[in-house]
Design a protein around this ligand. Structure first.
Ligand SMILES: Cc1cc2nc3c(=O)[nH]c(=O)nc-3n(C[C@H](O)[C@H](O)[C@H](O)COP(=O)(O)OP(=O)(O)OC[C@H]3O[C@@H](n4cnc5c(N)ncnc54)[C@H](O)[C@@H]3O)c2cc1C
Length: 385
């Protein structure tokens, strides 16, 4: 059993850490913390990170993928601030999904433009009334002549307000058993305009999580995912399988930052004539934080390694995401506790980690949904409804 990264992965991680320290963090700090980054800043982030290949991690090499794999994407998630990582991650997911379910023509037309850094991309599945159960999707796609006409509203679309390509999951009606026929469609927003509105969240406020309004949006009929017609869940669950531990590691990045800040503060802050780190109860918090982080990393990288080895980590992936999110919620909260009342001021970074973490536990399925998936795999019984 090997618990370490390969030499290549270690080199990738240290190159990434340097770029984040020297370029990405200063760039993020030069913009207001409470507003989505302007497009030119997003372009700068993309240009800076493009040579590292994150946006092509799981994309097949024949379509321009970088071969970093799911573990490489996980390393990036754990290293890059989410506000910047979001842009690359969403490009990667859309390119991967096109490769999984798009026609050969779609793969040749759209994937290279994402891979060469010309286009941003985002995925819209969730709707105001549809969250954990995507089978209820209401956005409609109706074929009229040689175009599909899309109508509906998507919400929580990450990187949605900068995206050039939107992957929209829509319903094509009901099958003979009354089931919703849901299918992804690719919308090139330059040719088929949509209306977007950034959401004002409590955390990760420089990111671009938005609502997308589709009103008679007309797309060429070739932009349907032929490999997933009526079976969008195959594409969604196929990519979520390795995506969920990646999101877990985004959460763990915040936990690590919070832990480091708490450790530093506990050694500097004196009460009763001693550093607070010398009190057993404070050490207990630090030990719990560090243990939760280590366990989460092991679970996430185990699932990602399985995926890269061609195995299906059905249990391991959801277990990793649920554990990492719960761990990060606890760790960021404990970090505030170690700081006492100063922890809730803007003077220290832990209040931001706490707010950011509250937001980041939701993407790609809540903690409860991950537990239900693991429960289903263990017992063979679906306890969703
Ligand atoms: C930062 C961020 C980024 C996101 N990015 C995207 C994106 O790019 N594209 C996209 O399509 N979506 C995105 N989402 C949406 C995300 O996938 C949903 O928030 C998530 O799937 C949960 O849906 P919901 O918020 O509507 O909660 P709901 O489904 O309404 O759930 C509410 C509560 O009920 C619980 N619950 C629901 N069903 C059950 C059940 N059967 N048993 C027990 N408990 C249950 C949930 O666990 C939760 O606690 C993003 C969300 C966030 C916060």
């Amino acid at each position: 059993m090997n618990f370490d990264f390969t030499d290549e992965q270690k080199m990738f991680k240290s190159a990434l850490e340097r770029v984040v320290r020297e370029k990405i963090e200063p760039l993020l700090a030069s913009y207001p913390e409470d507003q989505p980054l302007p497009r030119d800043a997003c372009v700068k982030i993309r240009e800076t990170l493009l040579p590292l290949g994150i946006h092509g991690s799981r994309v097949p090499v024949e379509y321009g993928g970088s071969g970093l794999g799911a573990v490489g994407l996980g390393i990036a998630a754990e290293t890059i601030p989410y506000e910047a990582f979001e842009l690359l991650m969403c490009m990667e997911v859309v390119a991967l999904r096109i490769c999984m379910g798009g026609s050969e023509e779609m793969k040749r037309k759209y994937v290279p433009k994402i891979m060469n850094g010309e286009k941003f991309a985002a995925s819209g599945t969730s709707e105001p009334d549809v969250g954990s159960d995507p089978r209820g999707i209401r956005t409609r796609a109706v074929l009229k002549g040689d175009r599909y006409i899309l109508n509906g509203t998507k919400i929580w679309v990450s990187a949605g307000s900068v995206a050039d390509y939107l992957l929209i999951v829509a319903s094509m009606g009901k099958d003979e058993k009354g089931g919703n026929i849901i299918t992804p469609f690719l919308v090139d927003v330059k040719e088929s305009p949509v209306v977007v509105k950034n959401l004002d969240l409590m955390g990760i406020r420089q990111s671009h999580i938005c609502e997308v309004f589709l009103e008679d949006v007309s797309v060429p009929k070739e932009n349907i995912f032929i490999g997933a017609k009526g079976h969008a869940h195959r594409i969604l669950t196929g990519s979520w399988l390795s995506q969920r531990p990646v999101v877990g590691l985004c959460n763990i990045r915040l936990a690590q930052k919070a832990y480091a800040a708490a450790l530093k503060y506990s050694l500097q802050r004196h009460q009763f004539g001693k550093p607070i780190a010398s009190f057993q109860l404070v050490q207990n918090m630090l030990v719990e934080m560090r243990t939760l982080i280590d366990c989460s990393q092991l679970l996430c990288y185990r699932a990602l390694t399985m995926f890269d080895e061609g195995k299906r980590p059905d249990v391991e992936s959801s277990m990793a995401k649920y554990y990492a999110c719960e761990a990060a919620l606890r760790v960021t909260s404990l970090a505030v506790q170690v700081h006492g009342a100063f922890g809730i001021t803007k003077e220290f970074p832990v209040e931001k980690y706490y707010r950011d973490e509250r937001v980041l536990s939701f993407p790609d399925g809540t903690i409860d949904i991950q537990k239900l998936i693991v429960g289903r795999e263990l017992t063979g019984i679906r306890a969703f409804s």
